[in-house]
Design a binder for this molecule. Sequence first.
Ligand SMILES: Cc1ncc(COP(=O)(O)O)c(C=O)c1O
Length: 392
Amino acid sequence: MGLLDKVAQFTTAKDLQAAGLYPYFRVIESAQENTVQIGGKRVIMLGSNNYLGLTNHPRVKEAAKAAIDKYGSGCAGSRFLNGTLDIHVELEEKLARLVHKEAAIVFSTGMMVNLGVISSLVGRNDTVIVDRTDHASILDGTRLSFGKVRKYRHNDMESLERVLASCETDGKLIVIDGVFSMHGDVADLPRIVELAERHDAVVMVDDAHGIGVMGNQGRGTSDHFGLTDRVHLIMGTFSKSLASVGGFIASDADTIHYIRHIARSLIFSASMPPASVASVSAAVDVMLEEEWRLEQLWRNTRIMMERLHEAGFDTGPSETPIIPARIGDDVKAFQMTQRLFEEGVFVNSVVSPAVEKGDALIRLSLMATHTEDEIHEAMDILTRVGRELGVV
Ligand SMILES: Cc1ncc(COP(=O)(O)O)c(C=O)c1O
């Protein structure tokens, strides 16, 4: 078979386009807000990770503009060589304080944090242990490491214990999403930490969806459980609550020292541009000062969850502002997404292989800046479309 035969044979997306059900790469003509403009039309945005609603915040935007004025548009190199600015270092200190760790280092995306951290820590004689539903960037990080990879059933502590007990290596790293990105449930961190300690394993929490959402003032899932001291590595991304792009890892000073000299996705890639660094720094300040955002986010979550249940949607194990509504069939999930879009609501469909076949869902996520009226308006539409398609 020729190399490019697979290109010709890949028809999934074109089939969806032909059926008028293609839900990807939708072009947005406005800021990433509670409502957005698409094709000239107002749509309620329930598919964004902008949980605190900070991407269009005046202070965040001013900080980005000022950074461009002072430092220009890019760093033209890696953190390792010419790409470290004073604002990178200040941001790292701020993030370490935020999650109560000694030190932190920022990478250019969250994906690159997971690739770099996991591959640099897990060597030939180590094992990396992951939850089956961990984010793709974690799974890809395990592929880049030279160690053994073991998976356990989603949030199933007996399964984790079996894996730990049968591990043949001394070095063990457990990596989990703090808040799982598809189903919106929270890792059983108290049990994970306990098992890790019993089996001498190190714990890393990917808190992409936990920072800004969980814990005191949005300090994350480890803080929520009061387990920061027993979680060795805390990872976060800036592409969700922190209103920009980039990511970080925080830990003790020696571990961060090691990672900054070994992680290839840090060393062999350009550093975060000044505007992004300044945006994140301002977003952290706003998050800590405007505590109403976190409260409103959770209030909105409760309203949405209640209305979904009233309407008869199955929201699975979700307990956070990420709320999946189970649809079942892949095609039906695409139909639901398309019909909702036509009626003025933007949601994402999640189909196999991201979830098991027959378990397709639409994924709703809330923002602090959604008004109650918008949530009710969206829910009226969701209920109507859900009935029309026989989902509820
Ligand atoms: C759990 C999780 N980890 C890591 C990432 C990657 O983050 P980024 O978008 O910064 O590359 C994401 C984002 O999709 C995520 O949901």
